[in-house]
Design a protein around this ligand. Sequence first.
Ligand code: NDP
Length: 326
Amino acid sequence: MYTSLLIEKDDNGYRTTLCERQEQDLTEGDVTVAVDYSSLNYKDALAITGKGPIVRKFPMVPGIDFTGTVTASAHPAWKAGDSVVLTGWGVGEKHPGGLAQVARVNGDWLVPLPAGASGWQVMAIGTAGLTAMLCVDALERNGITPQSGTVLVTGASGGVGSFAVALLSRLGYDVTASTGRTAEQPWLTTLGATAVIDRNEISQPGKPLQKERWAAVIDTVGSHTLANACASVNYGGVVAACGMAQGMDFPSTVAPFILRGVTLAGVDSVMIPLAQRQQAWQRVTDLLDTPLLASLATTYPLADTIALADKLFAGEIRGRAVIRCR
Ligand code: NDP
């Protein structure tokens, strides 16, 4: 028996409970992992509360990322005792996820823990940190360097945003953080933001072309914020779009793209190929030291996860929530 979160949807409605399950309930996958840590991402909170259509199959174990130790494997790449990390691939959405003490998954989806990193460190980074790293990679691939000028990060107090601020700062970029939580200004400054702006400045409907303000933008919120980011990035600038905390919509025009040569770079962490994934994991763990991660992440027991999902939407969780599963 092991403890697991379980989402069910039936005639009695949509509900998430903490329950005891048996390993034979895990019918998919060829590698069994004793899960040490998972985390609470925006997507997990949507799944747990039912606020967003994340779960495609019921019952479902939520948890889009985890670290742990292989206990049994029928996959040639893995053996008992291997330390692994999994993010994405629809785990916690279409396939049972990591908010449990045991997970069984497809061995093709696992990545070895990056050299020199612990399971806690890697989950403190988690999908959010990996995505922030992929956003920075996207800016660089499109020619942005610290010499290009200031980079704006939106949703800066959130999981992806706070990592984006920290990573850019460590790489020598000048960073402006946009947040609705202005009380977090000192924390964002500690992470490396040189300026903090109120998100209301950039979250309302705006003109198709605005004053050029940023060399590049990492946007985690979408909607009008993303449209304004495209409208106010410098000539030849780059906007990396990875999130939709404000909304899925993109009320923009083609003006920034055809008149200023702006590049809109989409970033996905779920299905990226293994080689790119491994490279990003190594880079992000090399850049972020344990004291910094300790300031970015708080650890909670598995039993607290359901209550935490509501707190995430209430803006009461700063940075990352790491979940200790055993
Ligand atoms: P968090 O909830 O931790 O952070 C989101 C942040 O967005 C909040 O902290 C808040 O920042 C800001 N925000 C929330 N609501 C609004 C609003 N109505 N208007 C403007 N800003 C708002 O989520 P994550 O960091 O985990 O994820 C951020 C986004 O990125 C999500 O949409 C998520 O689905 C997406 N994502 C995408 C991935 C990919 O592969 N593309 C991977 C991981 C996440 P503040 O308080 O500072 O204003």
